[in-house]
Design a protein around this ligand. Structure first.
Ligand code: SF4
Length: 425
């Protein structure tokens, strides 16, 4: 696969620093693909410009961006700094006033990257929060899977979350653009597609279609082998969605965001899911052979020891196999930021470890119980060993004399160890 990075030119060099979620990975990719007048560099020391694609999910995320800027300043790298991503809306103006960055632009402006980077004067172009991309990206630098953004924004209003205020309400990308994008990628050799967005499961609400319909259409594209979804919400697993669960192209792993397992905490967090129904849904998916991951926040205000213990008892009952957990981090401007009583940071960390340990154990048990072959996409190579992910989103480390990078392989014999599965091929 060709890449702009490999082409030596006399063009000025741009380094992309991406913070945060898959949406940001995608947005950085769009910027790289849109750039004609500059060259991408992987080395920030030789960059003439650095584009910081920021995240602002928590106050902590803002701090990371600020520390990154300080680090660049300390290294007396005289590259011009540009700020985009969610942080452009919350911290852009102040960083510009402090003259720590040259330009700020909202993610809706990213396709104008050449013009923005060439602006001599400092600028602030926050763009339009209702913007929706119209861009077809046909290759992904350094990845063997392709991330496809199918929607933007979120209509939920979880108490702790700033995202709807910086990404706007939910809106879907045009179906024909998504299908065209995937067709091109499939022609370039990509077989696995991960559908992403701020709130993926709300795809189609505004365009009178649905996620299930879109996925069926994607599956019919030649070359598409596996489809994965970013995080979906429990209420988005509708009856229509349940009908596609047996399709062979659907990854046997779902990531369903619960955020908590105590009913009272879910109310405080203004979540739309209800523990009892979550459990029914997860058990249904378990019966169908799915590995199930979730997001979880520990230490949100109001999480008393009693509620925490209840949450752990409930989590124990759920057939969970993967976890993406965070300690709560205050985000100014959200309802949770003023809620009391707050939970001590050390306690929140202990709870995080507690739930992580629980899910690790469950994951190990799940892997030991898996029957049949693993369908693996080899994604990377480290210290002479190949690393891949199977259909249940479990890691496998493969020793082989053949060059397996980017290959799909079926693995029958493997060892299940605590940290990962291992095989010789
Ligand atoms: S679903 Fe909740 S946590 Fe997720 S982006 Fe929307 S408001 Fe934020």
């Amino acid at each position: 696969m060709s890449s702009k990075i490999d082409t030596p030119t006399n063009k000025k060099k741009v380094f992309f620093k991406t913070f945060g979620c898959r949406t940001n990975i995608y947005d950085s990719q769009v910027m790289m693909s849109s750039m004609q007048d500059y060259e991408i560099t992987q080395n920030e020391d030789e960059a003439d410009a650095i584009v910081i694609n920021s995240c602002t999910v928590t106050n902590g995320a803002d701090t990371h961006v600020r520390s990154y800027i300080s680090q660049i300043e300390k290294n007396s790298n005289d590259a011009k700094l540009f700020l985009t991503g969610c942080g452009a809306h919350t911290k852009g103006e102040s960083l510009l006033k402090e003259k720590r960055i040259h330009g700020v632009f909202g993610q809706s402006e990213k396709q104008k990257i050449d013009t923005l980077l060439s602006q001599e004067k400092p600028f602030y172009e926050p763009g339009d929060l209702n913007h929706i991309d119209d861009m077809v990206v046909d290759e992904f630098v350094g990845k063997s899977r392709a991330f496809i953004k199918i929607q933007e924004g979120c209509d939920f209003r979880c108490s702790y979350c700033i995202i709807p205020f910086v990404r706007g309400d939910a809106r879907s990308m045009k179906e024909e653009r998504i299908l065209e994008q995937i067709s091109r990628l499939a022609l370039n050799g990509f077989g696995e597609f991960i559908l992403t967005g701020t709130n993926v499961g709300s795809y189609g609400k505004d365009t009178k279609t649905s996620l299930a319909k879109l996925m069926k259409k994607i599956s019919q594209i030649r070359g598409v082998r596996r489809i994965r979804l970013g995080s979906v919400e429990p209420i988005q697993i509708t009856d229509e969605f349940k009908e596609i669960l047996d399709e062979p192209w659907l990854e046997r792993h779902m990531h369903i965001a619960l955020q908590h397992t105590s009913p009272e905490m879910l109310k405080l967090m203004n979540r739309r899911n209800v523990y009892k129904k979550d459990r029914e849904l997860f058990e249904f998916l378990q019966e169908k052979g799915f590995a199930i991951g979730t997001d979880f926040i520990t230490g949100h205000p109001g999480e008393s020891q009693e509620l925490w213990m209840e949450a752990m008892r409930n989590a124990e009952q759920l057939p969970l196999t993967h976890l993406h957990a965070f300690t709560y981090s205050k985000r100014d401007g959200t309802p949770s930021a003023t809620m009391k009583p707050e939970v001590n940071g050390k306690v929140a960390k202990e709870r995080l470890h507690e739930i992580e340990e629980l899910i690790k154990r469950k994951n190990f048990a799940f892997r030991k119980a898996v029957k049949g072959e693993l369908d693996v996409l080899i994604e990377s190579q480290k210290d002479g060993l190949y690393h891949g992910l199977d259909q249940h989103f479990n890691k496998i480390i493969v020793d082989s004399k053949e060059d397996l990078l980017g290959n799909w392989i079926s693995i029958k014999d493997y060892d299940v160890k605590e940290d990962a599965n291992y095989a010789n091929v």
